[in-house]
Ligand binder design. Structure first.
Ligand code: GLC
Length: 732
């Protein structure tokens, strides 16, 4: 049955779809069971130990048609060589998909995805991925294992740096943008790559924030929190999804029929291809849901999974499973058809070598316009967490001392998941400041990475600060303690960086803090002791210049947090869209309201928080109507005024509360947002359109619907800074 899907078709020039389907049909008619299983077998090149025989084993497997896709091949020659073996040596000459983790850039490394989400500007992410795809494709890749769209409210989990934070709405906007960026307008263009939304599903809810741990979420939480960015990716026409390592309802994602077949391929009619995460087909054995490799292969394919990344249970077991009638050939054909179809969409059948062009590679990598886009993205991602007594921006004429080893680290400027990015290409904060000021800047590391201080390192830092008019302390996380396999039980600054900051604050020199981080951090002591804190995350290859332009006021920061910063790790998980509970404590009186005896319920810095060098005022939130019926829309409009002294950008946030539902509803949820650029004194009307589907949730009847009743529509500067509220009635 040909896979026809208008969402995927948007990436196919007219007329090619029919031709692709007929070619796929003709291949399927001639393929052996082993060749079909081969298309579902993905082998890793990078982790080949490099011994001669193992390389030869991979080469012969490719030449025998036993491999359908590769990952982690790095040099162009290896990719071309293996593609030639597949196309010219194997019986049917089916080209390989060649995948790679292009998470926030290829050689031009952009800010980490969580930082990009802090811009609240999905167009920025689309532009970044367009460039990333151009570079990755020029390096021989036709598939990226991105965007990561996992929603998470647990900063202990290191992989929050790969996503867009805690909001399904913000996450969906960035998911759509990233898919469009990678896949462009036509997947057969040699500068586009197949995107892969991951990790399906709910990996961001690992218990305890512990990597690879159990996930145990309700169907309601799955539907309302974790699935929306995947559905948004499918609606945007993503060509592939990747299964998560974790279980849902105690069943590993790779072998879980319900979210895969019932939701993804049933409700959403997804016609792309599903790849497992690393070895997760085989890991069903470790989960205790498969007896052996044969059982694991059977369960994965039957559940609706397709490509087996790196465990080889499919190539080893599937032909016999089909021969023995335990897996239907129809299911196998459906799986292989999906793989062949995306190869067709990529134009690989017409020209399997279109991604191998040394000249294009050399002129594409780190092109000036790419670096410029990375610098722009970095500037837009910075969040001014606080700026008491307007300590920022700094005066370029002032004697500035720079303290902190992170300021001098190319690797940490790039961040985790920057494989093909080179630290030597990164412009560090130290480089950026010296270039901006056109003079040498007094610098001392103050600590050894990740955060080891000595009396001597502190003394040197104090001395450097004492001689200056202002001290910029760069503190935070190394890339190494963020990303995959980097969960932390404490989320303070690592090591003894705090001792360094406290020593600096003891001097008479004013201190500003520049935070480099891959997750929200519990830094209440920093907020108490340092009046100005600029969060620059891991800002990418052009991070240094972007930080300098922002510290000295050439750029006015406009980032807003995509994830709450807790006072304490003990508050986690923590998010803006919490439920009220039966004892919300609104009266502020009862000792028996939900809460702690040693910490507040609220975060240190809330979702949506971000300051500026100017200020914005909101007046008269109006609704175009106070009541709508199902299927109708309304407009919410607020007047925004720049009441400060400099031009700046504001992120106007609209929230909603469903006051009564068949299930308890969050105290607020992000509904929509708009960015607006205003000169000092300028005003603008900012309007968002609301329809009943925006008010929907997973009802007690287990359907996605908006229930009639009263809603509060709110507008604010952050989840904890609501300025105006208007009542809306959804009529029966
Ligand atoms: C890793 C990650 C996944 C990545 C894959 C290939 O374990 O979980 O996000 O795409 O393996 O590197």
């Amino acid at each position: 049955m040909p896979l026809s899907d208008s969402r995927l078709d948007q990436y196919v020039v007219d007329g090619r779809r029919a031709e692709i389907q007929s070619h796929v049909d003709s291949l399927l008619d001639t393929m052996t069971l082993e060749e079909k299983a081969g298309q579902l077998n993905q082998r890793s090149v990078h982790f080949v130990t490099g011994t001669e025989d193992e390389g030869e084993e991979l080469e012969s497997a490719v030449a025998d048609g036993e491999v359908g896709s590769l990952l982690n091949a790095t040099d162009l020659e290896t990719k071309r060589h293996l593609q030639e073996l597949a196309v010219e040596e194997s019986r049917l000459g089916i080209p390989l998909l060649i995948g790679f983790d292009v998470i926030h850039g290829y050689e031009t490394i952009f800010p980490i995805p969580l930082a990009q989400a802090a811009s609240w500007n999905p167009d920025l992410a689309e532009r970044a991925e367009r460039i990333a795809a151009t570079e990755a494709a020029a390096a021989g890749h036709n598939w990226t294992f991105a965007p990561m769209v996992d929603v998470s409210r647990d900063p202990r989990w290191g992989r929050v740096m790969e996503g867009a934070g805690e909001s399904p709405v913000l996450g969906s906007a960035f998911a759509r943008a990233r898919v469009r960026g990678f896949q462009g307008d036509d997947l057969s263009d040699p500068d586009t790559v197949l995107a892969c939304a991951k990790h399906f599903a709910a990996y961001g809810a690992v218990e305890g924030g512990r990597e690879y741990n159990t996930v145990d979420v309700s169907e309601t939480a799955l539907r309302e929190r974790h699935l929306p960015p995947f559905e948004a990716s499918v609606e945007a026409g993503v060509g592939s999804l990747m299964n998560a390592f974790n279980v849902h309802e105690r069943i590993p994602a790779s072998g879980n029929e319900s979210p895969l077949n019932d939701v993804l391929k049933g409700e959403w009619d997804f016609s792309g291809v599903l790849v497992s995460d690393w070895a997760s087909f085989r890991e069903q054995i470790q989960h205790g849901t498969a007896e052996n490799r044969r059982d694991a292969a059977r369960k994965a394919i039957q559940a609706g999974s397709e490509i087996d990344m790196a465990s080889e249970v499919v190539i080893d077991e599937l032909p016999d499973l089909v021969r023995d009638g335990e897996v239907s050939e129809d299911r196998l054909d459906d799986a292989v058809r999906r793989v062949l179809t995306v190869k067709g969409l990529l134009g690989l059948f017409e020209d399997p070598y279109r991604y191998f062009d040394e000249e294009r590679r050399d002129e594409t990598m780190l092109a000036d316009k790419h670096r410029q886009a990375a610098r722009e993205a970095a500037r837009e991602s910075f969040v001014l967490l606080q700026n008491e007594d307007d300590r920022l921006p700094l005066d370029p004429e002032a004697d500035v001392a720079l303290i902190g080893a992170l300021a001098d680290s190319g690797e940490d400027t790039l961040g985790a998941w920057s494989f093909e990015g080179r630290p030597e290409d990164a412009i560090t904060i130290r480089d950026g400041l010296e270039a901006f000021l056109d003079r040498e800047v007094p610098f001392t590391p103050g600590y050894e990475l990740p955060g080891d201080v000595t009396e001597e390192s502190i003394e040197a830092a104090v001395e450097t600060a004492t001689d200056a008019d202002v001290a910029a302390a760069v503190v935070g996380e190394t890339a190494e303690i963020t990303g995959e396999a980097a969960s932390r039980t404490e989320i303070d600054l690592p090591g003894e960086q705090r001792r360094l900051v406290e020593a600096l604050v003891e001097t008479d020199t004013p201190v500003v803090a520049v935070l480099m981080n891959g997750r929200p951090l519990a830094i209440d002591w920093l907020a108490e002791s340092v009046p100005a804190i600029l969060d620059v995350w891991h800002p990418g290859v052009e991070g240094g210049p972007a930080v300098a332009e922002t510290l000295f006021g050439e750029h006015v920061p406009a980032g807003h947090l995509p994830m709450s910063f807790p006072y304490s790790v003990g508050q986690v998980p923590l998010a803006h869209d919490r439920l009220p509970t039966g004892r919300p404590g609104d009266d502020g009186e009862s000792a028996y309201a939900t809460g702690y005896i040693d910490a507040p319920n609220e975060p240190l810095f809330a979702f949506g928080h971000g300051e500026s060098y100017t200020d914005f005022a909101y007046t008269d939130l109006t609704l175009s109507t106070a009541a709508i019926e199902s299927g109708e829309t309304l407009e919410a409009t607020v007047t925004v005024e720049n009441v400060g002294d400099v031009a700046g950008r504001d992120v106007v946030q609209f929230y909603v509360r469903d006051l009564v539902g068949s299930r308890s509803r969050p105290v607020k949820e992000l509904l929509d947002f708009e960015t607006v650029d205003l000169d000092a004194g300028e005003t603008a009307a900012v309007t968002v359109t609301i329809e009943d589907v925006d008010l929907a949730f997973w009802t007690v009847d287990r359907e996605w619907a908006a229930e009639p009743g009263a809603f509060d529509i709110m507008v604010g500067h952050a989840a904890d800074d609501i300025v105006h509220t208007q009542r809306l009635e959804l009529l029966d």
